[in-house]
Design a protein. Structure first.
Length: 133
C-alpha cells in the first residue's frame, strides 16, 4: 500500500510518454499528407492516410484513458492518506493525556506519542531523553 502511489505514478508517466509518442506519429502522418496534397489526391491515398491517422488516434486515446485512470486512483488515495494522518494526530491529542492520567509511565507516554505521530519512525527509543533511559 505504501508504494502503490509510486507505482501508479510510474504507470501514469509511461502512459503520458506513450500518448505523446502516438500524438507525434499522428501529427507526422498528417503533415506528410498535407505536404504531398497533390500526390495524395492524384493517387487517391486519402483512405490510406485516414486509416493511418485513425489507428494512431486510437493508440493515443488508449494511453489517455490509462492516464485518466491513474489520475482517478491517485487523488482519492491522497485524500485517504491525509485523512488517516489527521485521525492519528487527533487520537494522539485526545488519548495521550488520558493514558498519562491513568498511571501510564512517562516513558510509555513518550513512546506512544512518537509512534502515533510518526508511524514510519524506526528508532523511537533513540530519541528518548537521557534521563528516561
Amino acid at each position: 500500500m505504501l508504494f502503490a502511489p509510486h507505482l501508479i505514478g510510474k504507470v501514469q508517466g509511461r502512459a503520458f510518454r506513450n500518448k505523446n509518442e502516438c500524438q507525434g506519429r499522428r501529427m507526422a502522418s498528417l503533415n506528410e499528407m498535407l505536404q504531398s496534397a497533390r500526390f495524395t489526391k492524384y493517387y487517391g491515398l486519402e483512405d490510406h492516410y485516414d486509416k493511418q491517422m485513425a489507428r494512431y488516434r486510437q493508440d493515443e486515446l488508449r494511453a489517455l484513458l490509462r492516464m485518466k485512470v491513474c489520475l482517478g486512483t491517485i487523488w482519492p488515495a491522497a485524500a485517504v492518506v491525509s485523512m488517516f494522518a489527521a485521525l492519528a494526530v487527533l487520537l494522539t491529542y485526545l488519548l495521550l493525556p488520558v493514558a498519562c492520567q491513568a498511571g501510564v509511565t512517562r516513558q510509555l507516554c513518550w513512546l506512544l506519542l512518537v509512534y502515533c505521530t510518526s508511524p514510519l519512525h524506526s528508532g523511537a527509543t533513540d530519541s528518548l531523553p537521557a534521563t528516561w533511559s
